[in-house]
Design a protein around this ligand. Sequence first.
Ligand code: PXP
Length: 240
Amino acid sequence: MLLGVNVDHVATIRQARKGFEPDPVMAATLAILGGADGITVHLREDRRHIQDRDLRMLRELVPVELNLEMASTKEMIGIATKIKPDLVTLVPEKRAELTTEGGLDVKSQKRIISDAVKKIHNTNIPVSLFINPDSESIRISKQIGADMVEIHTGMYANAKGKKQEEELSRVIHAVRYALDVGLVVNAGHGLNYFNVVKVASIQGIRGLYIGHSIVSRAVLVGMERAVREMKELIKQSAGK
Ligand code: PXP
């Protein structure tokens, strides 16, 4: 099973100061050294984290799958067809949301999404649709002509106890059904070091897309070394 690492939140930290660090492009190269099979970025309409420059540089640098998450807008379709990522994942986007809140509403947005898929396909880029784990969304995704779907695991990730078991079973059924209708199936959102195992055990999933928990862990596992290096620098310079 592949792991696509989403580096958006490295850019979130950078944008807190609008400076040069930490650079999501550098983070991506380190993620690849760590074994990432792909790098994902979400270029949002409001550019709150990833910037156009990041995407251009990642396209130059990333030798593994570069997955661009984006809304089905004219601007984003223009960018995708110019930059040519290895995969486009269409996601819903609301300005005020903290993160992508739900899967695409493929039923009511069918025309818009299907037009976007066609335009992206014209430049030979495969398209994945980020959808909730329900059979109607899967059926419509297939009709629209998507190559893949990414099953939203956020409801599973946020639930507890019995409800979490129910949400897991929805994900399992959705994966099976999507495979049956002939789609390639990925999964993601909200997966972390505690809840990933049950999803990673589902047969037939091509890849998992994970961001927040990996960036969060990177901050913590890197803290001790970062402080030690700063202490060393101060110690060496003291009294000079
Ligand atoms: N998949 C999609 C479609 C997403 O929008 C996101 C969040 O950007 C992720 C996966 C990764 O989610 P998380 O950051 O919770 O791991």
